[in-house]
Design a protein around this ligand. Sequence first.
Ligand SMILES: C[S@@+](CC[C@H](N)C(=O)[O-])C[C@H]1O[C@@H](n2cnc3c(N)ncnc32)[C@H](O)[C@@H]1O
Length: 271
Amino acid sequence: MAPPPSYLLRSPSGKLTITKQADAAALYDYVKSQDQSKLQNDPKAVMNAIDYYVNNTKRMMIFSQPKLIAAEKVLEQLHPKPKVLVELGGYVGRSALAWGSMLQKFQQASQGDVKDVKVFSMELELEFAKMIRDFVDIAGLSGTVEVVQGQSGESLKLLKVEKGIEHIDVLFLDHWKEFYVPDLRLCEELGLLKKGSVVVADNTDIPGAPDYLKYVESGGEGGWKYRCESINVGSERGPVSSESSPPIKLSGGDADTKQSIVHFAYVEDTP
Ligand SMILES: C[S@@+](CC[C@H](N)C(=O)[O-])C[C@H]1O[C@@H](n2cnc3c(N)ncnc32)[C@H](O)[C@@H]1O
């Protein structure tokens, strides 16, 4: 059988899912067509360029600005401030850029050293991983955000042995939902989560991650204890991040239009 065209992505069940590759490539071209001197070493400018494109074209599978704001409010309450964040599912790097700047901001606000902050963006697809690396470089965040290309499970195993990471302060689940439970359990097994770690999950409402919700909301297993909270950010088509962006012109209408929940699972106890 001929291999699937590159614009089709595979889900773990082997099903081919809608193209996201072509959208990502068009977004990349748009950002690269902008005056690069205005984006250089300015994460906000790069994020604004991405948001401008996304808000003016079709919807993309990006963790939205209202959700990022909700997550920021939760994460800034953490003591000590989070230094290590691992995101599973990087796509075009929008959330990786946001987490990198957010964690740096927390360190600066608490007189910490931004060099201590690390974001690992784990992305399966080579083309997406390259794109994230490029955006991170342009934004001047390459000292903070590291892209690990490959299957999340394999990448998580490298964290301790190759990257010298003892614990994850924030785990962001935004890849395919079938991996949420296995990857969370793998983090538990590898001893990557500790009391006080927070697991932030997208897509728990639409398309839904019932197995994940069942696991964390029943409190975990084998000595792992989670306390959960869901924050509803309202319509995802809320404020855009760029103050300079023109009014939003939206087209299309993906099935996940009404997605509005960010789910938090706080690690309250470990075995
Ligand atoms: C929803 S997108 C991530 C969006 C991104 N977090 C953002 O907000 O900008 C999901 C991504 O997860 C990736 N992915 C899916 N399963 C994966 C896995 N097992 N390991 C690593 N990446 C995976 C897909 O290739 C896709 O790029």
